[in-house]
Design a protein around this ligand. Structure first.
Ligand code: ATP
Length: 457
């Protein structure tokens, strides 16, 4: 099941502390959001799952964390200064500005419905910042609009430091900034967001095989994060819609509450990126159409240690959004059901590894020192498993605690009650979020049960 509307998600996110409007007490700042106590856990869990799949589970990749503030020459030579634009139209009637290719109804103003729109013109999405004490034409840098360029300009550093052999990839997670003309749909289209990007370098001629491989791999990964087959699809870009350097691009699209849109793009970018940042592109036989680069001090080529062949590697780029991923996952997990007594239950059917709170320990009587002592002991024994956030839930009665943890997607609640104290050995009630079924296990087995439940698969 999924959320019925974006409002359901926005309301749950605010109520429970996943996502807040940024700077809300001052009226907010359009296109920016703050992730609350549960949102930061969900995002970290998603990023960790990606890092694990991209770095720890493989032998052919390395990680990177490059600077957000970027030398403007990076984005001059990457082509962003001239081509990283969206088509902008103005409404002649209400004066609002919109992205021409994302109008809710083509040819009509999103705000007042007028059809009197200006001709589209290019609007550059990059954010400039001033660096240092002097303000002049040469004192600015860019806040990167994608993490990818940080990888390309570190290609040689990483090759020299790690002696990796092609094919191999460099992965990075980090913030990106775009001056979106019309940020909208909650955390779907924002001006500050996070990306999870992999640049996978391959031998020219092997690119199509690797492109196919990554399209399949990435879909499998999203399924592992709990997105369902029926809400995921591929959208293959037509040749005419491709960036001039790209050979092919397939988007993984998801059925968000506001419509089917891009979650991740997987592009075959040929040798355009390394070719643009390298010196001596002509001499190196770069195949993509690139401008001569007189600023770069480095040759970004690769020499095969066995055949001694030198070439500029092609790049396959799976590029995903953390915020869009979190939105898709929340949407997919959102479940409403009617209970036998007619009450409505909302719960988040999150995969255990993504759940912000892993286990809630619920003491039945908060004023009973023996029950509290047992609950605290259990909490401490679970904390050292290192599986994530364990909470001792002391707010409200048991029913309220269960409802709260259902709504935030806590997979397991452990209840310490009077029977716990009476039984020898002591027993604990384990309540499952999805089925609400309960079993009792001796305390010593509970630790094993939880450890297995959250085992990485
Ligand atoms: P769109 O067509 O929706 O603007 P894009 O094709 O420009 O997206 P890419 O440049 O391919 O996006 O960026 C890779 C990923 O980064 C996207 O698939 C998306 O998940 C994420 N992303 C891009 N722009 C935004 C944004 N403004 N807000 C949130 N996430 C974004």
């Amino acid at each position: 099941m999924t959320a019925k509307s974006m409002e359901d998600l926005v309301s749950l996110c605010k109520r429970r502390g996943f996502v807040f409007q940024s700077g809300e007490i001052y009226g907010g700042l359009k296109g920016t959001y703050d992730y609350g106590p549960l949102g930061v856990e969900l995002k970290n869990n998603l990023k960790n799952a990606w890092w694990r799949a991209m770095i720890y589970d493989r032998d052919d990749t390395e990680g990177l964390d490059s600077a957000v503030l970027s030398n403007r020459l990076i984005f001059k030579h990457s082509g962003h200064e001239t081509t990283f634009t969206d088509p902008l139209v103005d409404c002649k009637k209400c004066k609002q500005r919109m992205r021409a290719d994302k109008l809710l109804v083509p040819g009509k103003c999103d705000f007042c419905g007028s059809t009197e729109l200006t001709e589209p013109r290019d609007f550059n999405l990059m954010m400039k910042v001033n660096i240092g004490p002097v303000v002049d034409e040469n004192s600015y840098a860019y806040l990167r609009p994608e993490t990818a360029q940080g990888i390309f300009v570190n290609f040689k550093n990483i090759m020299d430091a790690t002696s990796k052999k092609v094919p191999f990839g460099i992965a990075q997670i980090g913030k990106a900034f775009r001056n979106e003309i019309t940020p909208r749909n909650f955390i779907f289209r924002v001006r500050e967001f996070e990306q999870m990007e992999m640049e996978f370098f391959v031998k020219p001629g092997e690119d199509e095989k690797w492109h196919k491989y990554w399209i399949e791999e990435r879909k499998k990964w999203w399924l592992k994060q709990g997105l369902s087959e029926e809400n995921l699809d591929f959208e293959v870009h037509e040749k005419a819609d491709l960036a001039h350097y790209a050979k092919a691009c397939t988007d993984i699209v998801y059925k968000f509450p506001h419509g089917v849109e891009e979650l991740e793009g997987i592009a075959n970018r040929c040798d355009f990126d390394l070719g643009s940042h390298t010196k001596d592109a002509v001499e190196l036989g770069v195949k993509a159409k690139v401008l001569e680069n007189k600023d770069s001090s480095s040759k970004l080529s690769y020499t095969d240690p066995y055949t001694k062949e030198t070439y500029v590697p092609f790049v396959i780029e799976p590029s995903a959004g953390v915020d869009r991923g979190a939105l898709a996952i929340l949407n997919e997990a959102y479940t409403e059901e009617e209970l036998e007594n007619g009450d409505k239950r909302i719960f988040l059917r999150l995969k255990p590894h993504l759940a912000p709170v892993k286990v809630a320990i619920v003491p039945l009587a908060k004023n009973n020192p023996q029950i509290m002592e047992k609950a605290e002991e259990l909490r401490d024994r679970l904390k050292i498993l290192g599986i994530g956030k364990i909470v001792l839930e002391t707010s409200g009665n048991v029913g309220k605690c269960y409802r709260k943890h259902d709504e935030i997607g806590t997979p397991v609640c452990l209840t310490v009650d009077f029977e716990t104290l009476e039984k020898n050995p002591e027993t604990i009630t384990i309540r499952d979020r999805d089925t609400m079924s309960q079993i009792r296990l001796p305390m010593s087995e509970v630790i094993n049960y939880i450890s297995n439940f959250f085992k990485y698969v």
